[in-house]
Design a protein around this ligand. Structure first.
Ligand SMILES: Cc1cc2nc3c(=O)[nH]c(=O)nc-3n(C[C@H](O)[C@H](O)[C@H](O)COP(=O)(O)O)c2cc1C
Length: 255
């Protein structure tokens, strides 16, 4: 269950409403949408969330209380934060991270965060200088990540491009760093990126693209599957050359 799903269920029950009645109140055609939202299968849209707040006289803070728990703080000053931009659990990104992590490091799967995408807004961050999604996990993520020793993104390639989750973060960072400019150099100085893809021959712009945000291209580790004849569904960490690449990178970057 998602934390937001739990909260929405709690609100419905406090109002004494069945899923069916609640769906009607919020303008959904069927109770199954409410069921999916409560279970964390579907996300509630921003507009429906605003309607819910209005109808039941709530505040965003009440809805999102404790949601910062999705983004743990570092356990100690040496803790690193690994973020997977993979769309699946237990794929290559997650396995690379599990291989690299030290005991006090933290792993976050970006796909499991509560994130609103920029396509549902109307440039509020530019016009009223305040993104309307500030209560989702992006703000907590960006606030907390710079407290870590190092931040390591693991970005897989899907269909010739970096995972769309990576773009989601890049877009949402605009508002955060516009308003927290002084945190940007710290964020960049801590940032490292591991890219998983087929080969430079096939997609020569993948690594230059994902590393364009870094202050030093050496902080990007390319994992080229084709070079080691690793197929799309194979686990890259079963290959001894990949493990050696990861070990060397870990030492070189002081991870
Ligand atoms: C929808 C989809 C599209 C993909 N497209 C490419 C591609 O264009 N080039 C490539 O080298 N690998 C591609 N892959 C392979 C992924 O890069 C590879 O499976 C990688 O392990 C993904 O990371 P993950 O396992 O952490 O999700 C694709 C995989 C998926 C699921």
């Amino acid at each position: 269950m998602s934390k937001l799903g739990d909260k929405i269920k709690e609100i419905r029950i406090n109002e004494g409403l069945s899923q069916e009645a609640f769906a009607k109140e919020l303008g959904y055609t069927s109770k199954s949408t409410i069921n999916k939202i409560e279970k964390g299968i579907n996300e509630i849209s921003y507009d429906k969330l605003m309607l819910l707040i209005d109808k039941y006289n709530l505040t965003l803070d009440q809805i999102f209380e404790n949601s910062s728990n999705n983004i743990p703080l570092p356990k100690n000053t040496n803790s690193n934060l690994y973020i997977s931009f993979s769309a699946r659990s237990n794929g290559n990104s997650e396995n690379i991270i599990k291989y690299m992590m030290n005991d006090n490091d933290t792993f976050i799967s970006f796909k499991d965060l509560f994130i609103n995408q920029c396509n549902k807004c109307n440039y509020e961050c530019m016009t009223i200088n305040k993104c309307k999604y500030r209560h989702d996990d992006i703000y907590y993520l960006l606030n907390n990540c710079i407290m870590y020793n190092k931040i390591i993104f693991v970005v897989p390639m899907y269909c010739g491009n970096p995972s769309s989750l990576y773009f989601t973060l890049m877009e949402r960072m605009q508002d955060y760093f516009n308003n927290n400019e002084t945190n940007y150099p710290t964020f960049i100085s801590k940032l490292h990126i591991i890219g998983i893809y087929g080969s430079n021959e096939e997609t020569p712009l993948f690594i230059p693209f994902i590393s364009s945000i870094l202050d030093n291209i050496d902080k990007c580790l390319p994992i080229q599957r084709h070079k080691y004849e690793i197929k799309m569904n194979d686990l890259v960490i079963n290959n001894k050359y990949i493990l050696s690449l990861l070990d060397t990178y870990k030492v070189k970057m002081g991870l």
